[in-house]
Design a binder for this molecule. Structure first.
Ligand code: MOS
Length: 749
């Protein structure tokens, strides 16, 4: 009996099947795993941001009840440095092993670790460690000037030329341009604040190390930890079953991982380290501050003749995180003369890190805000200005786009929003007694694949198991993998079991760069195809199969059933029937997909595109500003799960409200400490700040990226939104803010 013809599970609203487990508490996040004899670790952070430790007194702490060890430079044991490995591996931001020297380079740098029976006793012991410092004045200066560095600098991802992109003669073109714009745009330090704090539990069994970790990349983490402890990679296992998000802060390993592992090695018991919220502002990354000078030259009709972006960003004394604000600049608009350069400014703060839409989000804020400034200067509609400057190809690399439908995004977005009713005069639009401001911006985000592998089992009970060592950081990866396996095998979604988050599985992609989904498509399909090939062989050889004595090539597979090509699916046999007849529990398949990320030979520029239309309401009497309404259109290729997809964009838009109006980490110039290091003081947008959000996807599969044409969409929703909001703020208030976030005091005339 052939299985019923099913609608494809791809491209539909699909409820996450792990949802019930999450809301009923059955889902095991990293700190939900418990182990016999497990101890708790609490780090001691430096209370200066620059200087040396002259004395570390651990004697009182060591004598406290329940304390097993106080780790410090004198007793932590050997920890090696790590370096990048072949392919995209061995990546981390702060390479310095914990406690390597007595130099303090940022506030909160770990100087000791208390290990005790309970979290409370560990915390008390950590508080009892006394450090004496020779402190110096830290540099947390917010105005940025580029450090004196060579033309090519080393970054986390390898060497980068500071002259990032250049074409034509931007200086001459700017000098001769009829219309000129020259502004500097600033984005603040921003700290990721995932709901689930960073959490790591280390367990040694002999010379094998298992880490339960809240990670966006278990495979990379395994490689780094193997290096740091001098272990064969196969003796290290990393497990991440559920992640309460990361936004990039859990993309790369931080020093808490080797700290927990070193503590467990020393005390001979499992050790858990969960970072207190306050410490999440110190040593687990943040979005660097950026200061970007943008110069645009244009004709009076609005055609760009030159574009220059010179950006500076902060980094720590230790890391080489590259905040690539110029990554999208060279192809966002058509312009014959262009130059993008960058510089870096070292500060006594912890390492910077990728944060949702790293580089391009702050970069596009500046470019899109400048375009809106130019539109205002020219008295041209901002949509029209973008249409005039829409490129035909990626002018930065001189190659075509695989799929770019920006104009359709503008058209659909403007229509849904009602943009044609916009009166451009400042403060001219009213609704419900409030002043309205309307603004818009475009956005883009890179689409590429990391290397990925997956396996599939097709089993005699009609179920399917699909597995890959990737993670679900809350974006819906479990469900996406299930949908992919279901689509290729015909097994209904509810009979697909998905396993991920464990380095014992075939190496899967990072949950980063919006690349997990596009990376996995071909790998899962290839795994399914291999299992199906086994079934075809079985069909012509298994005793009792109706197809014995045919050639495997005569057999086809569709919707979970095998049939003879000559006879068609009506006479098909379900695969599980065949397995039962052959007394087989399962057939399996392994699949791989190659990387495209960073390919210098790429024939196409693969990117996602989109735009935001924003309404703010303004009450000048009480200086009350709200983002009330957002229409976002995304050209992200084929959207595999439209429900989870819309959810990603909605979340990004809410985060964009925070970026535009609320977020910013302040460092105390006296001691270098982040001042607003709590969820009460570091403001993120919450439900009450969320506007009505209307998300639309175009449906243009990008067949350059994978067999479904699905690009990633985790990050693009945050690109451009802050520029759209600041333009709406200007439209409502007449105040043009070029340093984020927009503060009430900016708007008080
Ligand atoms: Mo994203 S910043 O690549 O986790």
């Amino acid at each position: 009996m052939p299985t019923e013809q099913q609608a494809s599970p791809i491209g539909r609203d699909t409820v996450r099947f792990e949802g019930p487990r999450k809301v009923t508490g059955l889902a095991h996040y990293t700190s939900d795993f418990h182990f016999p004899g497990m101890l708790y670790a609490v780090p001691v952070g430096a209370t200066i941001a620059k200087g040396r430790i002259t004395k570390l007194d651990t004697s009182a702490a060591e004598k406290m009840p329940g304390v097993h060890a106080i780790l410090h430079r004198g007793n932590i044991g050997k920890i090696y440095r790590s370096i990048p490995g072949p392919g995209f591996s061995g990546i981390c931001e702060e390479r310095r092993p914990p406690f390597e020297d007595d130099v303090v380079r940022y506030y909160g740098q770990y100087i000791a670790l208390a290990v005790a029976e309970t979290f409370e006793s560990a915390k008390a012991a950590a508080d009892a460690v006394r450090a004496t410092y020779a402190a110096e004045q830290p540099n947390v200066e917010s105005h940025l000037a580029a450090d004196d560095e060579p033309d090519e600098v080393m970054t986390t991802f390898g060497p980068m030329k500071r002259l990032q992109s250049e074409r034509g003669d931007p200086d001459a073109a700017f000098a001769g341009a009829p219309v000129k714009l020259d502004h500097t745009y600033v984005t603040p330090f921003e700290t990721h604040n995932p709901l689930e704090p960073h959490s790591t539990t280390a367990i040694w069994e002999g010379s094998t190390l298992t880490l339960y970790e809240s990670s966006q990349g278990v495979v990379n983490l395994r490689g780094v930890l193997a290096q740091m402890f001098g272990l064969p990679v196969e003796t290290v296992r990393v497990i991440t079953k559920f992640v309460g998000s990361g936004f990039g802060s859990k993309l790369w390993p931080w020093t808490i991982c080797p700290l927990a592992a070193a503590a467990a090695r020393q005390v001979g018991r499992p050790v858990r380290l969960v970072l207190p919220r306050k410490m999440m502002f110190h040593a687990v990354g943040h979005r660097p501050r950026t200061q970007q000078r943008v110069r645009l030259g244009a004709t009076k009709e609005g055609k760009l003749v030159s574009l220059q972006q010179d950006y500076i960003y902060t980094r720590s004394m230790l890391d080489a995180h590259h905040e690539d604000c110029g990554e999208g600049t060279a192809f966002q608009y058509s312009v014959p003369n262009l130059r993008v350069t960058f510089g870096r400014a070292k500060r006594n703060i912890g390492s910077g890190a990728d944060m949702r839409g790293p580089g391009r989000v702050p970069g596009l804020y500046a470019i899109e805000a400048a375009m809106n400034d130019l539109a205002h200067q020219l008295n041209i509609d901002p949509v029209k200005l973008r249409v005039i400057n829409e490129p035909k190809i990626d002018e930065g690399r001189g190659i075509p786009f695989s799929s770019r439908h920006m104009l359709e995004c503008f058209q659909l977005g403007a229509g849904k929003f009602g943009w044609s009713k916009r009166n451009p005069a400042v403060g001219s639009m009213k609704g419900n007694g409030l002043t309205l401001g309307w603004g818009m911006a475009g956005c883009s985000w890179v689409a590429a694949r990391f290397p990925a592998a997956a396996y599939i089992q097709l089993r005699d009970d009609g179920s399917c198991r699909v597995a890959s060592a990737t993670q679900d950081i809350g974006t819906g990866t479990y469900t996406i993998l299930g949908q992919l396996a279901s689509a290729r095998t015909g097994v209904p979604l509810e009979k697909v079991e998905v396993e991920l988050g464990d380095t014992m599985l075939p190496e899967g992609p990072l949950s980063g760069g919006s690349m997990a989904t596009p990376s996995l498509v071909n790998a899962v399909f290839a795994a399914a195809d291999q299992a199906i090939e086994s079934l075809k062989t079985l069909a012509v050889s298994a005793p009792g199969s109706p197809f014995v004595n045919h050639a495997p090539d005569d057999v086809s597979f569709a919707n979970g059933a095998l049939f003879l090509k000559g006879e068609g699916p009506a006479k098909g046999v379900p695969f599980f029937d065949l397995l039962r007849r052959a007394n087989l529990r399962m057939v399996t398949g392994n699949g791989q997909s190659s990387a495209t990320f960073g390919d210098p030979q790429a024939k196409f520029s693969t990117q996602s595109f989109g735009c935001h239309f924003v309404e703010v309401t303004w009450q000048p009497e009480i200086a009350r500003l709200r983002v009330s309404r957002v229409v976002t259109v995304i050209d992200g290729g084929k959207i595999i799960n439209t429900l989870a997809g819309r959810n990603q964009i909605q979340g990004a838009v809410v985060m964009g409200v925070g970026m535009a109006l609320l977020e910013g980490t302040e460092y105390d110039p006296q001691n270098g400490a982040p001042i607003n290091s709590s969820l009460a003081d570091y403001l993120v947008a919450v439900n009450a700040d969320a506007p009505a959000i209307d998300v639309h996807f175009l449906d243009h599969p990008d067949m350059e990226i994978n067999q479904i044409g699905a690009r990633g969409i985790g990050e693009i929703g945050l690109a451009g939104i802050a520029a759209a909001i600041t333009d709406a703020v200007h439209h409502a208030t007449g105040v043009r803010v070029r340093e984020l976030p927009v503060r009430i005091e900016d708007l008080l005339a």
